[in-house]
Design a protein around this ligand. Structure first.
Ligand code: DLZ
Length: 158
């Protein structure tokens, strides 16, 4: 089954709202750039495919996933931005760094969404190794960036 089709089966793109006038911010972590750039491409292509215009999609990079929360807040506080998609990849290491980053980002992104009353999407992979990450960034397990974008659109139609 094609990657794209697999994702659409898991995250149906039926009956999505019109997003031709909606503005999106995609905040991308530079750590594990090979993975996050593929996730970004998946998210970007999905927003365009569903009617967003390139002018209405803002990309901002942050150094690492830990910084996604503040990047998301800076984007969410803009009145024109309707939804924020956070893209990152935290790979399990031998220290507790992984747990601290994952916990902080998950909680931080949740808080930003609640604070600004807007969808702030958790497009962050938390794999055991880089191979698992690549499998979810355009590999055999699809592209989680696509799912993140579909999730944002669905939340706008809530
Ligand atoms: C320091 C660090 C480590 C060890 N691993 C990752 C990772 O796998 N993925 C990621 O996005 N960022 C990592 N970082 C960087 C932190 O997210 C953060 O940028 C630094 O701790 C500085 O705040």
């Amino acid at each position: 089954m094609a990657t794209d089709q697999k994702n659409l089966n898991e995250y149906s793109d039926k009956n999505l709202v019109d997003i031709s006038d909606r503005q999106f911010a995609i905040v991308v972590s530079e750590w594990n750039e090979e993975v996050t750039s593929s996730l970004f491409e998946g998210a970007m292509a999905t927003l365009l495919k569903h009617g967003a215009t390139p002018d209405n999609i803002i990309r901002k990079n942050v150094p690492g996933s830990f910084e996604l929360t503040l990047g998301a807040q800076w984007m969410a506080q803009k009145a024109t931005v309707d939804a924020v998609i956070c893209i990152g990849c935290v790979i399990q290491g031998e220290t507790r760094h992984f747990d601290f980053i994952c916990d902080a980002v998950a909680q931080g992104i949740t808080n930003v969404g609640l604070k600004f009353n807007k969808p702030v999407i958790f497009g962050v992979l938390t794999p055991d190794n880089q191979q698992q990450a690549l499998e979810r960034a355009g590999g055999k397990h699809g592209n989680k960036g696509i799912e993140a974008a579909i999730t944002a659109i669905k939340m706008l139609g809530f």
